[in-house]
Unconditional design. Structure first.
Length: 148
């Protein structure tokens, strides 16, 4: 199935080490109108293995969208972003930096590394769920994703 038209399910990779934020994101996706597939990995090395289809991730679909935290164990989100955008086979996957940092230096560095968007995570439950749902709606209803 080509996942480029509006309102079709997409595969989303969440790269997030905080179990609470993982659960909130799952909940937000569950409440969405479209049953997207949310894959979750907890560090930068797992993210790159997932994207390259290595090891336990050999049979996973390549994601249509990546939600990337910056502050990750083992391999920092900035390193992951740089690797994705330097890899010819991965660079067209949109990457949304989704992090607690609102530091201007993190915003600038993320865009310098070719992030497609930067979102600061809201701290309260309702705002977090709302932000994830808006992000999901934008990438499904407004943006046209490249063909897989």
């Amino acid at each position: 199935m080509t996942k480029t038209s509006n309102s079709q399910p997409i595969d989303v990779l969440l790269v997030e080490d905080n179990p609470g934020d993982q659960d909130l994101t799952r909940e937000a996706f569950k409440q969405g109108r479209i049953a997207n597939t949310l894959h979750v990995v907890a560090d930068g090395e797992q993210a790159m293995a997932f994207l390259r289809g290595e090891g336990e991730y050999a049979n996973q679909n390549r994601p249509d969208l990546i939600l990337l935290d910056l502050n990750l164990p083992r391999k920092d989100g900035r390193e992951v972003l740089a690797e994705i955008k330097q890899d010819e086979s991965l660079r067209r996957i949109p990457v949304v930096v989704l992090t607690t940092s609102d530091a201007e230096s993190d915003v600038l560095e993320s865009y310098r590394l070719c992030a497609n968007a930067y979102m600061t995570k809201p701290v309260d439950f309702i705002s977090f769920i709302s932000a994830i749902q808006k992000l999901e709606e934008f990438w499904l209803s407004v943006v046209r994703l490249p063909r897989a």
